[in-house]
Each structure stands twice: as C-alpha cells, then as structure tokens.
Design a binder for this molecule. Structure first.
Ligand code: FAD
Length: 449
C-alpha cells in the first residue's frame, strides 16, 4: 500500500491529465495547475486543434485505467496511408501487417476534454489560468499564478514543449544540450552530402546533425551542453572547438563562424533534457521531457508510456521515489530520446521518400516478410506503433533490419522476385539472435475491437 502523497501536476494537457487520474486512483492527493483557461468552457478552442493517432504504447495505460472504451468511442480507425501524386495516381501503404492493425485518429481537443473530465470525476482538482511561476527546490514549494505558494511531496512537470518546470530545473541544475542552427550551403546548385540521410557527427555529450532542405542546403544543428555556449562566446574559442570536433564539416560550411555568432540559441522542435528528474521530488513527462517533431505520430503515445512506466515503477518500488525516479531517468529517458531521433528520421522518410519507387518496393518487401515470417520480422514502424517494445530497442533492431532489407532489395524490381529462402537465412543470421538475446515480447495490443 502506497503512503498518500501531496502531488502537484503542472499542465492539464494529455499527459498531465492522464497521470493525474492514475495517481488519484492510487490514493494520492492530486492538484493540477493549468496555464490556459478551461477548454471545456472557453468560447474559443484553446490550444492546437490537431488530430493525433493513438497506437499501442499510448493505448496501454488507457486500457489499464479503464478509459479505453470511452476514448475509443471518439476515435476513427485509420489503416494506412494513401499518397496522391501530382498526376492524380494513388499509392496505398497499409500501416500494419493486415487491417486488424490500425491506428486510431482522435481530435486532440476532444481527448483532452475527456481526460480532464475523467480526472475530475475521480476527485482530481484542476486549477485553470494558473501557470507555474517558480519552484523552490530546497523547500519543495511551487508558486502558480492566482494561487498561494504550495508545498508538495512530488511534482510532475507535464507542461509541454515550453515547460516552465523544465526551465526551473535548468536554472537549478544547469541544462544539458541546447541547440544552434547553421547552414551547409549547396555546391554547384546541388547537395554537398548525401541528401537522403540524416547526417550525424556523434561526439558523446555533443553532436552536429544535418538535415537536407529542398534547395540543396542542409540545416545543421549543433547540440551542446548549455554551459559550452557561454564558454565559446568568442569567435576564436568556437573555431578551435569546431576544428577539433568537426574538421570534415568545415570545408562544407564556409560561414560557420559568423552563423554561430549571429543565430539564436534554441530548439528544433526537439527537446532533449538531462536529467528528467530532481532527486525524489520532481519528474518531467511528455513534451516537457522530450518534445519531438511530429513525423512519427508518437509524441503523445510516448508521453502516455512515461505515465505507464512510472506506474509500473511505483508498483515495483512502493514509496521509494528515489528509486522510482532514478529508474525512470535511466530507462525511460533512453526510450524518449530514441523516439525523438526516429521522429526526425521519419521527417526525411515522409518528405523525401514516400513517392520514391525504391522506398515503396522496400515497404512491400517488409510487408511480405511480416506475413511470411511473423515470428522473425516486424517492420520498424510496426514495432514502434503496434508493440510495447521500448523505442530505444526498436531503434537498435531497426538498424539490423535495415541491413537485411538493403541486401534483399538490392537488384529487386518487384516484391514477387523476393527469394524467401534467402530472406529467412538472413533473418535467422541477423535478426533472430537479437530478438532472443533481448527477450522481447511482440505483444499486440488491440483490446475490445
Ligand atoms: P501538451 O499537450 O502540450 O500539454 C501541456 C499543458 O501544459 C497544456 O495544457 C499547457 O497549457 C500547460 N502549460 C504550459 N505551460 C504551463 C505552465 N507554466 N504551468 C501550468 N501549465 C502549463 N502525438 C501522437 O502521439 N500522435 C500523433 O499523431 C501526433 N500528431 C501531432 C501532430 C502535430 C501537428 C503536432 C504539433 C503534434 C503531434 N503529436 C502527436 C504530439 C502531441 O500533440 C504531443 O506529444 C502531446 O500533446 C504532448 O502532451 P503533453 O501533455 O506532454 O503536452
């Protein structure tokens, strides 16, 4: 039995509302503070009005909390994507390996309203028009607008991409990575590097990354610990750092010194924060911890899986929030970082490749492998969306699958030419041992369809 705690959740978005329901059901006192007005009452629709897809990892805590049926009632199943060419031809790609595997499309506002209402039904108190103003970690006191200063035992920051909770932790702890964008120009009107790749110069704590643009340039993003930006303020210090770490990029980036000085420091739509926790007191979840570009449709799903992970840890380590938070920071952070990376990779997949014949052929080969060898192969997309396997493990096995698919698709003009015996040999050699050594469940999660 857990000892009841006084818990504050900053943010009544999707993740904050779901977490509040779960914590209240476990017997805690839960107060939620939301920056915006109550979207159920406000005349204009508050927040971004977008449709989201719910997939297995997001569905799981909804099922566990007995909310899935209500949520499902406001969703529409989507079984694949249809690409429209400029000349009006259609190309359909199923999402799952058959139509029983589908994504559920839901309006974000509708889902958020439902979760808030369910939270209030179980006794959660939500204060609206109350953004987080400041945190005092030493006294465990939070100040929200329009509210007295409040003491808490635990505080969860589910306050989205621009998280004030994260900002308070950054001030207290000193942040890890921040970003600066620069340009790698086109050469002779064309791309100076392979344009179909996300280019990465991994250097441990810091890295340079390049994503292609249509005009032949690359947007280069330099990720470094926040403190380094202050350290490399002078052109000389930055030049020395860049020469030491990225010598091969320098000839391709003639303006790197000027751009570094002139361009703002900020986010690419991706948030990478380390750590996600403070001692046994504060944890960040959802976009506050790992905002990502929306090209894998997993931002909310991964936020919901943060909730699920925390609840499982609470079961395993009752009342030991230091252990709960540490494991959350060690394991779930790996997963959140991986899906943020994959969402960037998917950006290039969706923008550059969906009309590409080679890519479409590869997708058909994947589909054929999934049907022929259901215990030995699942596409990376399938593993992300239809299984509960953590994102970082999916990312790892995805690289092995790429090797197999590259080999199988070489010289192939149609999926009918696929040599299934050779395919199975390759899977046995490269993929199956990985699955065995990781003891992964490929559990499908489609309750009450
Ligand atoms: P939010 O939903 O942003 O909620 C944060 C809440 O905190 C808000 O209510 C905000 O008002 C409040 N807040 C902010 N500051 C404060 C403060 N100082 N104090 C108190 N409260 C505060 N995800 C998917 O899983 N599937 C998809 O298909 C998908 N498609 C997307 C498409 C687009 C175009 C975009 C932009 C995103 C998409 N996402 C998708 C991502 C998804 O919308 C987010 O990951 C999800 O909303 C994150 O939920 P959250 O609760 O962490 O943050």
């Amino acid at each position: 039995m857990e000892a009841p705690k006084k818990i504050i959740v900053a943010g009544a978005g999707l993740v904050g509302s779901l977490l509040a329901i779960a914590l209240k059901k476990r017997g805690h006192e839960v107060l939620v503070f939301e920056k915006r007005a109550d979207m159920r009452r406000a005349s204009s629709s508050a927040g971004k009005s977008i449709n989201l897809i719910i997939t297995a990892k997001g569905m799981r805590p909804l099922v566990n909390l007995g909310l899935w049926e209500k949520v499902q009632a406001i969703t529409s199943p989507v079984i694949g994507r249809t690409m429209h060419s400029k000349t009006g031809e259609l190309a359909f790609q199923p999402y799952g390996k058959d139509p029983s595997e589908c994504n559920y499309s839901v309006g974000r506002g509708g889902l958020n309203r439902l979760l808030m209402t369910e939270a209030e039904k179980v006794g959660v108190k939500i204060a609206f028009d109350s953004p987080l103003v400041s945190l005092d970690l030493s006294t465990k006191t939070a100040q929200f607008e329009n509210a007295p200063a409040l003491r808490y035992d635990l505080l969860f920051g589910a306050d989205g991409t621009g998280s004030a909770t994260r900002q308070a932790l950054i001030q207290a702890l000193g942040a890890e990575a921040q970003y600066k964008e620069m340009t790698l120009p086109a050469q002779d009107g064309t791309w100076a590097m392979d344009k179909d790749s996300l280019h990465i110069w991994p250097r441990g704590q810091h890295m340079l990354m390049g994503l292609p643009n249509q005009d032949g340039t690359f947007t280069m993003t330099l990720y470094m610990p926040q403190a380094w930006f202050a350290e490399f303020k002078t052109p000389g210090a930055f030049e020395q750092y860049f020469k030491t770490n990225y010598p091969d990029a320098i000839p391709l980036m003639p303006d790197y010194r000027q751009e570094y000085q002139a361009n703002p420091q900020g986010f690419l739509g991706i948030v990478r924060m380390k750590p996600w926790i403070f001692e046994d007191q504060i944890a960040l979840l959802g976009d506050a911890a790992h905002a990502m570009v929306p090209f894998f449709g997993q931002g909310m799903n991964s936020g919901f899986s943060d909730v699920q992970f925390l609840l499982e840890q609470m079961d395993q380590h009752p009342n030991d929030y230091r252990a709960i938070f540490q494991r959350y920071n060690e394991l779930q952070k790996l997963s959140g970082d991986a899906i943020a990376d994959m969402s960037l990779e998917n950006f290039s997949e969706m923008c550059d490749k969906v009309g590409d014949q080679g890519f479409l052929l590869r997708k058909k080969v994947e589909n054929k492998l999934e049907h022929a060898f259901p215990t030995k192969f699942r596409s990376r997309y399938g593993l992300v969306t239809y299984t509960l396997i953590p994102y970082h493990l999916v990312k790892e096995v995805g690289l092995l699958q790429d090797e197999v698919l590259n080999e199988l698709c070489r010289d192939l003009t149609s999926p009918d030419e696929l040599d299934l015996k050779r395919a199975e040999r390759l899977l046995d050699e490269k993929i199956v041992p990985w699955f065995r050594s990781h003891d992964l469940s490929t559990e499908r999660y489609f309750p009450s369809r």
